[in-house]
Design a protein around this ligand. Structure first.
Ligand SMILES: Cc1ncc(COP(=O)(O)O)c(C=O)c1O
Length: 349
């Protein structure tokens, strides 16, 4: 049975337009073999993996939850076309293309690329499979290019308008006040699962990029009175703008839900210790995490996001920052198609 706090959140969310896209609830998996590999119950906390890589839409991932609210908003505004941006292997872009198929909308993706001919593999291959119109913005650095794409987005919106179609622009990562609803709902789901299992984890680990997931998880944890502290693991630089963005969109969401709680900067924890050389560049600790989780649980992490978050969890087990009496949750946010790109695949040839 849900707590009164969770019931209040569900009632507030039920008033927001939502277009169903994800298969929910996602499983909460007890990773006993991973725990064993990290020293067993005498050395390692219980690890529960929340399988949001299994949201199903277009090969799954965290963005399905945000897109349910963003697509509903687009449809309520009479939009014909979803437009969004990201790096060439963006999971968010791929899932937006998938959502457009299901919602009967067109999709234009403005993707930044560091090479003239990016490999037609992984997420980019799926973008094309889902019929998206893909436009490239060349850049020397995938993160620097974020922002340079704005002129191309404006051009796309104008072209759509000239063709008699209204475009709905989704910000990078789907990280807006409306997108935040996705992980407020995701938190209600998780808190219900934890209480029916009778466990009270101390921390929730997840990979943090554009910060919409963090804003939703942090607001959700506060509203649902979750037992755990939300521990974001950054996969790219960008402070202090990003923490400010997380606060702003979390509070926009709270306002729109008609709830009085607000998020302050100290509540938005983002561990900067696992980025490595930069966005999209795998780390040794992340690669070790990918192999360990694959070979214990047959669960696939990705080189850009989830591997870095798992590397943080593994480090904290090894340093004793996490103790065996604890339970922790690892939110698997997806990203699996990236392993089918040549640069990753060659590591296992
Ligand atoms: C697999 C995966 N994990 C985590 C994230 C981070 O989510 P957010 O951009 O909401 O911080 C993303 C974002 O693209 C992602 O694709």
């Amino acid at each position: 049975m849900a707590s009164p706090a969770v019931d209040r959140v569900r009632a507030a969310l039920a008033k927001q337009p939502r277009f169903p896209l994800a298969t929910l609830p996602t499983p909460l998996h007890d990773a006993v073999r991973l725990r064993q590999a990290l020293g067993g119950p005498s050395r390692c906390p219980r690890i529960l993996i929340k399988r949001d890589d299994l949201t199903a839409l277009g090969l799954g991932g965290n963005k399905a939850r945000k897109l349910e609210y963003l697509v509903a908003d687009a449809k309520s505004q009479g939009a014909h076309t979803l437009v969004t941006t990201g790096a060439v292997q963006s999971n968010h872009a791929r899932m937006t293309a998938a959502a457009a198929c299901v919602a009967g909308l067109r999709c234009v993706l403005v993707l930044t690329t560091t090479t003239a001919t990016p490999a037609n593999a992984g997420n980019l291959l799926l973008d094309r499979l889902y019929g998206a119109d893909v436009r490239f913005v060349p850049s020397v650095d995938p993160m620097l290019a974020v922002g340079q794409d704005e002129a191309v987005v404006a051009e796309v919106v104008a072209q759509e308008q000239a063709a008699g179609r209204q475009a709905y622009v989704i910000p990078i990562g789907g990280s807006s006040g409306i997108g935040v609803f996705g992980y407020v709902g995701g938190t209600a789901e998780l808190v219900d699962q934890l209480s029916s299992m009778g466990v009270a984890p101390t921390r929730l680990y997840f990979a943090s990029g554009s910060r919409g997931t963090q804003a939703g998880l942090t607001l959700g944890a506060k509203l649902c009175e979750a037992p755990y502290r939300v521990h974001g693991v950054a996969v790219s630089a960008g402070e202090p703008e990003k923490i400010e963005r997380a606060r702003r969109i979390a509070n926009e969401a709270a306002t729109q839900l008609g709830l009085p709680e607000r998020i302050d900067l100290p509540e938005l924890v983002t561990d900067q210790g696992f980025i490595g050389e930069g966005y999209g560049i795998p780390t040794e600790a992340g690669l070790e995490a990918i192999s360990m989780v694959a070979r214990t649980e047959a669960i696939v992490l990705d080189p850009c996001y989830t591997s870095k978050a798992m590397a943080a969890l593994v480090r904290h087990v090894r340093t004793g920052e996490l103790t065996p009496a604890q339970t922790v949750v690892f939110l698997h946010t997806g990203g699996v198609p990236a392993i089918f790109t040549p640069s990753f695949a060659e590591r296992y040839s």
